[in-house]
Design a protein around this ligand. Structure first.
Ligand code: KET
Length: 398
């Protein structure tokens, strides 16, 4: 019956993480998956999240089905986090938000929605992007193209080439943008560059689709929402999927949201209605538990304060690891500029290592990174950063 089914090739990120778990070498180092580990190499249980969960459990209420669009308190809290409670887009009711199964679930609901209501549109993603972006949009039946982004020569951004490509797109093209902490490169637009990009998106009548999976890991919670707020203020209609997996360390709770900023409240109601229909046909409604933890952290003033402090410390730890990795590499491999480790932001950096070098690093030194050369800087800690840099230097020296 099933002989004709091709074997699954595996996922470039998740399969690598599974291989790491199976590796018996005690000195192995996991820089593959985009998970924040603490300085002891553990996935943290944030104190704010632990206390919020205790409050949710103590309430001990029943567990009904949530509405298709998710819990009202969660959805409101998401809008306030993304745009600020006083933003005109929020107060005028022109943002349609659903609670989703991780931000992945939100991204896919948005992709399905676009495939249905913008049939002629194609998708444009950065070169490179998170592998699953292409998979999801293609899975929704959309054609996926790339726009220039990462400049391997400098470890920076090909901004002019990016703008030129986007200027040439047909109206209603869908443009996937990383709101902060670009995955996999760590290369972000500056505010000045967003200011230049936004009129291109608006005047070209393009449909921006923001992915905000790392809010708070770049420059701060508010700062990392800059692109979303600036687009909303500029009167652009756009999609934004956001995640709490990383920022609250609640990966397996699958907490995220999809918001669509619309021209007015009437259109937002239409969009919300069809997003609900998409959800109903797929998984009917989101789970209740994790979303209530997230909503509690966001809305309880004390917990909110602790969460912001804890997330700030996580961001600072990543920056410290960037500095240390850079220092050892700069000392060991003179003549090569590693300055991009310091300018790139968020969990990821592109090391510039070739596939062959990545394989040697894993096979010989037990250091796991994605074959594109991406490392998760948050996998580094005071116990392994030196060894990682030494191994990288050895492999780079050939
Ligand atoms: N967007 C981006 C840019 C992203 O890096 C991830 C996860 C997601 C969305 C999905 O997160 P969710 O937990 O569904 O809200 N990225 C890491 C894990 C993965 O590949 O699933 C990663 O890149 O390693």
């Amino acid at each position: 019956m099933f002989e004709h089914i091709p074997p699954f090739a595996g996922d470039p990120i998740l399969s690598l993480n599974e291989d790491f778990q199976k590796d018996p070498r005690p000195h192995k180092i996991n820089l593959s998956i985009g998970i924040y580990f603490d300085d002891a190499g553990r996935i943290p249980v944030m104190d704010s999240v632990r206390r919020a969960e205790a409050m949710v459990v103590a309430k001990g209420g029943p567990k009904p089905y949530l509405p298709i669009e998710g819990a009202a308190n969660f959805r409101t809290a998401v809008q306030h986090l993304l745009f600020g409670a006083g933003h005109e887009a929020v107060t005028s009711g022109r943002v349609a938000t659903i609670q989703s199964v991780g931000s992945s679930g939100g991204l896919k609901v948005g992709a399905d929605f676009l495939a249905t209501y913008f049939k002629g549109s194609q998708v444009w993603v950065s070169d490179p992007t998170w592998d699953n972006h292409r998979s999801m949009f293609e899975g929704a039946g959309l054609t996926v193209n790339t726009y220039p982004y990462y400049d391997a020569a400098t470890g920076g951004l090909k901004f002019e080439a990016m703008l030129a490509t986007l200027r040439g797109l047909p109206a209603k093209s869908i443009v996937l943008l990383h709101a902060c902490c670009h995955n996999p490169t760590g290369v972000d637009l500056t505010r000045a560059q967003w200011e230049q990009l936004i009129p291109v998106l608006r005047d070209g009548q393009l449909i921006p689709y923001l992915d905000l999976a790392y809010q708070g890991f770049g420059d701060g919670i508010e700062q990392d929402a800059y692109a979303a707020r600036a687009l909303a203020s500029a009167g652009v209609s756009f999609f934004i999927a956001n995640s709490f997996s990383k920022s609250m360390s609640v990966y397996g709770e699958r907490c995220g949201a999809l918001s669509v900023v619309c021209p007015n409240a009437h259109e937002a109601a239409l969009v919300l209605g069809q997003m609900k229909f998409t959800v109903r046909r797929n998984y009917s409604s989101p789970p209740i538990h994790g979303g209530q933890i997230v909503a509690t952290v966001l809305t309880d003033p004390g917990l909110r304060q602790s969460w912001e402090t804890e997330l700030g410390a996580m961001r600072e730890r990543i920056l410290a690891m960037r500095t240390q990795l850079h220092a050892v590499l700069a000392a060991k491999v003179p003549g090569r500029d590693f300055g991009y480790f310091l300018t790139q932001r968020g969990m990821f950096s592109y090391t510039g290592m070739t596939t062959a070098q990545v394989d040697t690093l894993r096979e010989v030194h037990g250091v796991y990174m994605v074959r594109s050369g991406r490392i998760c800087v948050a996998g580094l800690n005071s116990g392994n950063v030196e060894a990682t840099a030494v191994a990288m230097a050895a492999v780079l020296a050939g």
